[in-house]
Design a protein around this ligand. Structure first.
Ligand code: NAD
Length: 382
């Protein structure tokens, strides 16, 4: 079974879907691993490391994909008119594609994949169950995004995180406020605490309150009947009413005025990120404060965030609105992402056939499969 790993061509994507470590393990499963030349370069994995791991280095996408039965990607392959080459046109009919294909917000993608007969698994749709944890690309990438947000926030902040007592006097500890305490937010809390900041956090899901406290941060938030029912069966936050958001904003506004660093991570599945930091709140912050908005890919939690940009406001607040935060720590993010995909493949690997076998009645397979045998099959795309 030939397995191809392509170079990522979508704008700003620095990660790669297999590392030398996973390439070796994929080869041990019986795959011939073909890596498109330069695929790992932006993540710090040069071709030679893959070659040392037993992979074949293919000179271009077409030769990597030639005869490939499995294709690993970070983002969706480029279709007609989407970039310098039409990657999809080079796929083998019947190939299995595994990646973060962002299938639901881009329904045309699934139809394009079905039309070329590619069976596709969109890994961001994996159910968030205990069994899925080691394959959960959203968790592994959010974890690193949360860490990176604090590190970049600290670098943009021109004071110190820990209290520094020196002969010349004392520098106070920074106040950091994390908005949204899912996977990224909890890692941001832990990282900011390790750096010595005084950390507080908010969320709407009741379970998050205990998790915030268990990491040693203070919970700040508004709770009512609506927030007590704010978690969906899948574990995600529900979209909150305008009335709730207004009450939450009242509680948060006074707190934000005293913060040095605000890390925004709040997301609502399938929607624009909720605006939690208004322009008035930003105006109330001290000069030199930093807002790190890792919800920028979904529009951002701060009203003044410009996705993909760094903004410095008139009152001296820096807003980091970079997108693709996992891609800003590409080596580690690729290492975890590649292991997620390896675990998915090994879980559904038929040793005798030396090929993946994806049972249609398996809840994980059902969750991620968007196309099969030339048809779009995911219920979310029906
Ligand atoms: P997410 O990225 O969808 O959202 C980030 C956080 O923002 C969430 O905690 C959410 O509650 C919060 N949020 C949304 N609206 C908000 C608002 N108005 N104000 C404040 N906060 C708001 O979430 P995630 O990190 O992907 O986690 C989603 C769920 O999945 C959680 O319950 C988590 O525990 C669970 N999970 C389970 C597993 C597993 O068992 N396999 C793995 C990872 C996550």
């Amino acid at each position: 079974m030939r397995l191809a790993v392509l170079k990522e061509r979508r704008a700003g994507e620095t990660r790669v879907a297999a590392t030398p470590e996973t390439a070796k393990k994929l080869a041990a499963l019986g795959c011939t691993v073909a890596i498109e030349t330069g695929a790992g370069l932006a993540a710090g994995y040069p071709d030679q490391l893959y070659a040392d791991a037993g992979a074949e280095i293919a000179p271009d996408a077409g030769s990597a994909l030639f005869g490939a039965g499995i294709v690993l990607k970070v983002r969706a392959p480029l279709g007609t008119g989407e970039g310098p080459i039409d990657e999809l046109a080079l796929f083998h009919r019947g190939a299995l594609l595994i990646g973060t294909l962002e299938a639901l917000p881009n329904p045309g993608r699934a139809h394009a994949l079905a039309s070329v007969g590619v069976d596709a698994c969109s890994m961001e749709l994996l159910p968030r169950t205990t069994r899925a944890q080691s394959m959960d690309v959203l968790s592994s990438q959010a974890n690193l995004a949360g860490y990176r947000a604090v590190i970049e926030g600290a670098a943009a902040f021109d004071r110190a995180f820990p209290m520094l007592m020196t002969a010349a006097g004392t520098i106070p500890a920074a106040n950091a406020f994390v908005m949204g305490a899912g996977v990224a937010g909890l890692q941001a809390i832990a990282t900011a605490r390790r750096l010595g900041a005084r950390v507080s956090a908010t969320d709407v899901r009741p379970a998050a309150k205990e998790e915030i406290k268990s990491l040693g941060a203070t919970y700040v938030g508004y709770e009512d009947e609506e927030s007590r029912a704010a978690q969906t069966a899948g574990g995600y936050a529900k979209p909150m009413s305008a009335e709730f958001l207004a009450k939450q904003a009242e509680v948060v506004a006074a707190h934000i005025a005293k913060q040095d660093l605000v890390i925004c991570t709040a997301l609502v599945q399938g929607r624009r990120a909720p605006i939690l930091v208004t322009a008035e709140m930003v105006a109330s912050m001290k000069p030199g404060s930093v807002i790190v908005d890792i919800a920028a890919d979904a529009g951002g939690n701060c009203a003044l965030t410009q996705p993909g940009q760094v903004v410095v406001t008139d009152n001296g607040v820096t807003i980091l609105g970079h997108t693709n935060w996992p891609g800003r720590i590409a080596n580690a993010a690729s290492a975890l992402y590649a292991r997620n995909l390896l675990t998915f493949l090994t879980t559904f690997w038929d040793k005798d056939a030396q090929a993946p076998k994806l049972p249609e009645d398996d809840d994980l397979v059902r969750g991620v499969t968007i196309t099969r045998n030339g048809a779009v099959v995911h219920p979310g795309l029906a």
